[in-house]
Design a protein around this ligand. Structure first.
Ligand code: IPD
Ligand code: CA
Ligand code: CA
Length: 280
């Protein structure tokens, strides 16, 4: 590991409080969601977008004050290069559709990387906060993963039939990719769960509640924090595709060690290549 451990520790500690603060603001929007819709009589998407922007603004402002040399990559405001070698990868509200529809399945996701996405990038810390459940997941490279401060680890599953597999898909992916995967999974005796937030599902993998997660195409802000959690909880993450494309998007695949071989066999690694290039 090439990074300065004290610098990572300082940022990780900061991110714990920041995740909670951002989550509190998002929860405030969530709880006033109906009033906000009535207030503006606009589309519900605009209101949620306002919540997304304000939560990301809170996160970016706090980081800029505490670590002014750091880079920022967020879903709503894009990339701002830094000079410290650290880049924060932020999804202020992951699970917008659930949020919008009043379903308590959305999270704040904050990852921290060193290097760049073209080859030497390392995810060195991750925080995912689920405000509705008051669950704060965190990990630091080489320092394990926790849920509300207590150590967590991935499931002891030995095969696809030993628990639930988190799955997600979006409209950028050819439907056959998702349908084919689900068909193969069901044939193998597996079962899947689809929550509103990919980050939340990745956190549940780290906590051993889901045995694995697969989504054919996600952005870095959706899953970098979750990748760090899973690795630090003793699991594996397949991130080859992210590095190869040096891009914003890739396949998100990871889980407990015992399901790696079987899951990798039923994921069609080749098919998402075109949408990946088109959307990255
Ligand atoms: C989405 C969520 C969802 C996943 C989508 C993502 P957003 O992020 O993570 O679970 O299936 O692919 O785009 O738009 O709610 O931040
Ligand atoms: Ca997202
Ligand atoms: Ca989002």
């Amino acid at each position: 590991m090439s990074f300065d451990r004290d610098a990572v520790r300082a940022r990780h500690a900061f991110a714990l409080g920041l995740g909670r603060r951002a989550g509190a603001l998002a929860l405030d929007f969530f709880e006033r969601r109906d009033a906000l819709v009535i207030e503006t009589k606009s589309s519900s998407q605009d209101l949620v977008s306002r919540a997304d922007r304000e939560v990301e603004e809170l996160i970016r402002t706090a980081i800029a004050e505490a670590f002014p040399q750091d880079g920022l990559l967020g879903e709503e405001y894009g990339l701002q290069d830094g000079r410290s070698g650290f880049t924060w990868v932020i999804d202020p509200i992951d699970g917008t559709a659930a949020f919008l529809n009043g379903i308590r399945s959305w999270t704040v996701s904050i990852g921290l990387t060193t290097g760049g996405p073209t080859g030497d990038e390392e995810i060195v810390a991750g925080v995912i906060y689920d405000p509705c459940a008051d669950e704060l997941f965190d990990a630091i490279a080489g320092g394990g993963a926790r849920l509300n401060g207590q150590p967590i680890s991935v499931a002891a599953a030995g095969g696809l039939g030993d628990g639930l597999i988190g799955f997600g898909i979006n409209l950028k992916v050819p439907p056959a990719v998702g349908a084919g995967f689900l068909e193969r999974l069901l044939i193998e005796g597996g079962a899947f769960l689809r929550l509103g937030s990919a980050a939340q599902m990745l956190a549940h993998v780290a906590a051993g509640r889901l045995i694995a997660f697969y989504e054919p195409l996600l952005s870095r802000w959706d899953c970098y924090a979750g990748f760090c959690l899973i690795r630090e909880a003793g699991g594996w993450v397949d991130d080859v595709f992210w590095r190869d494309r040096g891009s914003l998007g890739g396949i998100a695949l990871g889980g407990a060690p015992g399901v790696r071989a079987a899951l990798t066999r039923i994921v069609d690694i080749g098919q998402p290549a075109e949408p990946l290039r088109a959307t990255a």
